[in-house]
Design a protein around this ligand. Structure first.
Ligand code: UD1
Length: 379
């Protein structure tokens, strides 16, 4: 029997591993799950496991926060003995966080000894911005991977341009959208907008957490100013990442958020229900750019570029004018609000159909076990 080890570390990983773990289970492969502990708060981690019905991790590495070097090295050091213990045929990593790269690197180095291959789910996305830690993680993880599963066709020319052999690359579609469609009825049934007293279809949802935005006092001040302006036009609700909360206080911007409803980070279903009921989303998150496209909700992305261009060309996303200014963000917000919502799934990118995990698991099973193939060849 083929053995597959699945890795998750941070909040945006959890909705990507959920459908892959479930599909592996349906195919009779019971994958041990590794949680690196990059995210560890109840609201950043446990709430997602519960909402998404992800089985408890067989291994919890408990790595926690730290500088990039400390965090990445901590995951690597803790992951190596797990890999030796499980000796999987495949290590499945998802997305672009530090845990993704750390585990891919350990597995690639142990491949000659253990025969474990690396499958990267969400391969091939590129922002072209090497200052983003996620971009470094994506490029290196893809270079280390034996099987690159792409969420959208725009990933393929990126991988070709980097010289990745075509036979390693498989179009899978977007596993996060599998989770979105599976959870949408339950998310709607929660009535999150109503419980917050928000008019369905008549409020804005904000998330900001990227270091390039929230660690920069000037950028954060421009964004916060625009949110305060937007809040004079419709209710604005802002579930706040711990990094952002810390910096809003540190930079003395809490007062400037007057009129904006700041909340603790939300669970997956609450957040999905809130997004689904909104008129506009303003964000710097990669995941929300995709979720708003699937839901047909207009989205303004507060970044210079996006590694998910399909959400602009085929979806409901637009980039705020760059460099970010209070006025530029406000006018993008107004344009998005004026455009209005589309019915969910009306114009979905190819493969954002709720069946991406089936294609991921089919590609892994097709390639089978390198170890078994080797020992068969040697007989
Ligand atoms: C990480 C990912 C980013 C992803 C984001 C989603 C990397 C390089 N970045 O960024 O791609 O979009 O997760 O949230 O992997 N903290 C808590 N509780 C937690 C986790 C973090 O309070 O459970 C605080 C800590 O102060 C920590 C800070 O948030 O130092 C940053 O956490 P970290 O995991 O380093 O990066 P994120 O900014 O969350």
């Amino acid at each position: 029997m083929m053995r597959v080890l699945v890795v998750a570390g941070a909040r945006p990983n959890f909705m990507k591993v959920a459908p892959v773990v479930a599909e592996l289970g349906r195919r009779g492969i019971d994958p041990p799950l590794v949680h690196t502990g990059q995210h560890y708060d109840e609201r950043m981690s446990d709430a997602f496991f519960r909402d998404l019905g992800i089985p408890a991790p067989a291994y919890h590495l408990g790595v926690g926060s730290g500088s990039h070097a400390v965090q990445t090295a901590g995951v690597m050091t803790a992951f190596e003995p797990v890999l030796r213990d499980v000796r999987p045929d495949w290590v499945v990593v998802v997305g672009d966080v530090n845990s993704t790269l750390a585990c891919a690197l350990v597995a690639a180095k142990l491949q000659p000894e253990l025969g474990c291959r690396v499958a990267h789910v969400e391969a091939g996305l590129r922002s072209g911005d090497w200052r983003m830690p996620e971009e470094v993680n994506r490029v290196l993880t893809d270079r280390l991977s034996d099987l690159l599963l792409t969420p959208s066709r725009d990933a393929h020319p990126n991988l070709r341009a980097e010289g990745i052999p075509g036979e390693r690359v498989v179009f899978a579609g977007n596993v996060m959208i599998d989770t979105l469609f599976a959870q949408l009825p339950a998310a709607r049934a929660l009535g999150t907008p109503e419980s917050l007293g928000l008019p369905r279809g008549g409020y804005a949802v904000v998330t900001l957490h990227r270091p390039s935005m929230v660690d920069d006092p000037l950028a954060l001040a421009q964004a916060v100013g625009a949110l305060a302006d937007a809040a004079r036009e419709m209710p604005v609700v802002f579930p706040m990442h711990p990094r952002t909360r810390r910096n809003v206080e540190r930079f003395g911007l809490a007062g400037a958020l007057d009129g904006v409803r700041v909340l603790e980070p939300l669970g997956y279903r609450e957040m999905l229900g809130l997004t689904d009921g909104g008129a506009v989303v303003l964000t710097d998150s990669g995941g929300l750019q995709e979720e708003t496209t699937a839901l047909g909700v207009p989205c303004v992305t507060l970044r210079e570029q996006t590694e998910r261009p399909v959400t602009v060309s085929e979806g409901t996303n637009r980039l705020a004018p760059w460099p970010l200014t209070r006025g530029g963000v406000l006018s993008a917000f107004r344009a998005a609000a004026a455009e209005g919502r589309r019915p969910p799934g009306e114009r979905s990118p190819e493969g954002w159909d709720g069946r991406a995990a089936e294609r991921v698991v089919a590609a892994i099973r097709e390639r089978g076990s390198a170890r078994m193939q080797e020992s068969a060849a040697g007989e």
